[in-house]
Design a protein around this ligand. Sequence first.
Ligand SMILES: Cc1cc2nc3c(=O)[nH]c(=O)nc-3n(C[C@H](O)[C@H](O)[C@H](O)COP(=O)(O)O)c2cc1C
Length: 173
Amino acid sequence: MKFGIILGSTRDGRVSPQVGEYIKSIADKRDEHNFEIVDITDYNLPFLGTGTPNLAWNEKINSLDGYIFIVQEYNHALSAALKNALDSAREEWFNKAAGIVSYGSGGGIRAAEQVRTILAEQKVADVRTNPAFNLFTDFENFSTFKPGEHMEAGVNDLLDELILWSTALKTIR
Ligand SMILES: Cc1cc2nc3c(=O)[nH]c(=O)nc-3n(C[C@H](O)[C@H](O)[C@H](O)COP(=O)(O)O)c2cc1C
């Protein structure tokens, strides 16, 4: 199966690529599946309803069997860029599974829970395990990602759950 690791932030100096690459390095040990970084910035998505939609985004989302969202917290919420990216596709998300990896000063869990609410409306089954990284303890100077080794077990739990549910959902698509 093919999985997308979706980077939720787009700002200059963002740390989401480091977090995404860390998740990919663990996921890539699952040889039978393919994991790719999906960077919202590559798609120059217009705000929904303004300008010409970039259908390459819809095609990419459609082509994937499941997703891992890299979610960061801005003002106790998910980023506007990720919300817009979620809104910019619809049927392409349906009947897929997803896992959430979050970060922020409190692990980004408020943003992660908001993403779950949106995924329910997009018919995406979000798995329970949410590795949540803390800006104070898992990053140096809030900018260099240095997660503790103990976090890897949670990432593997997420992957186990994601692969299981994605396998099941593939049978109904
Ligand atoms: C506008 C703004 C608001 C933020 N608000 C929060 C917040 O409410 N809670 C939190 O834990 N971190 C907050 N942060 C810190 C971000 O989570 C942190 O900068 C993180 O690195 C952002 O992800 P990024 O580097 O991938 O863009 C905020 C950062 C910005 C830029």
